[in-house]
Design a protein around this ligand. Structure first.
Ligand SMILES: Nc1ncnc2c1ncn2[C@@H]1O[C@H](COP(=O)(O)OP(=O)(O)O)[C@@H](O)[C@H]1O
Ligand SMILES: [Mg+2]
Length: 272
């Protein structure tokens, strides 16, 4: 553990659950989820990473593991601890790739899975939930478990539109009042700020009750694909890369806000 991380771990925030969401597929949700999990784990936190893209999971590949169990076993009564697989000091709750059944969990079954994750709060410092694309019940209900919601968007207009759609649904169905916006695959700081301002304008116009805060942006970097193909989080694969530093800035911004308690949202009351 580096000195700076040791200092940070002395001041680590209270238990938290961070949902990584955003509406559109391919914006970098899983990439951000894996790397944030790795940053927190590297500094000694006990981190649970939930692959909530239940039917199209790929966190196991990004972490270079081949789990034998998945959420599917949780649904069938296996205890959570026996399903988790450890990789890069992160505890992964794996899903399945190509499972129609998991992708379309019926309400009561989903509630059982959500209940197990809620219970796991006692055993972990940080829970990171990587959600699926789209406005399905799985992704909305998993997001609603979180104390902090991070919307990942690229500057592409379709991605911003989907991030807005996601906000709208979380606001109207789950009472979301605050969310972070993380511009990913940006080509400049100006582009990131512009993307954020577009989203904020839409939110201000139609969703007066949701306040948004921009996290430090992540530039486009083809090495993300290489790290992911190697099954290693970017922050471990290239510890000195610019993208690694950007990811660490994101983690620090989350920490700073969590410590001040200024930006936690409260929506986990009405999970069905
Ligand atoms: N900042 C980035 N620069 C370049 N490629 C990225 C970046 N973030 C993610 N990617 C790549 O984009 C693709 C989609 O990312 P992924 O995290 O799977 O998105 P999502 O989970 O939102 O569908 C992956 O190939 C990933 O390596
Ligand atoms: Mg994903």
């Amino acid at each position: 553990m580096k000195m700076q991380d040791k200092v940070l771990s002395l001041h680590k925030p209270k238990k938290r659950t961070i949902a990584i969401t955003g509406g559109k597929g391919g914006t970098g949700k899983s990439t951000i989820a894996v790397n944030l999990a790795a940053i927190f784990a590297n500094r000694g936190e006990k981190v649970l990473l939930v692959d909530a893209d239940l039917g199209m999971s790929d966190l196991n590949l990004m972490l270079g593991v081949a789990p034998t169990h998945s959420v599917f076993d949780l649904v069938h009564g296996k205890p959570l601890e026996s399903i988790l697989v450890e990789a890069h000091d992160i505890y992964l709750l794996p899903a399945l790739n190509g499972s129609y059944q998991l992708a379309n969990l019926e309400g009561a079954v989903r509630a059982k899975v959500l209940g197990s994750i809620e219970k796991a709060r006692a055993d972990f410092d940080t829970i990171i939930i990587d959600t699926s694309a789209g406005l399905n019940a799985n992704s909305i209900d998993f997001t609603a478990l979180a104390s902090e919601v991070v919307l990942v968007t690229t500057p592409a207009p379709a991605s911003l539109a989907d991030a807005y759609a996601c906000l709208k649904v979380l606001s109207s169905y789950k009472g979301l009042v605050r969310a972070y916006v993380l511009p990913n695959c940006t080509s400049s700081e100006d582009e990131a700020k512009y993307s954020f301002s577009q989203l904020r304008t839409l939110a201000d116009k139609f969703l007066l009750s949701v306040s948004l805060k921009m996290l430090p942006p992540i530039s486009f970097d083809h090495e993300f694909n290489i790290a992911s193909g190697a099954g290693v989080p970017m922050i471990n694969y290239k510890p000195d890369a610019r993208s690694t530093r950007a990811l660490q800035q994101v983690a620090r911004a989350l920490d700073a806000n969590a410590q001040s308690g200024s930006f936690r949202q409260r929506i986990h009351s009405n999970v069905k």
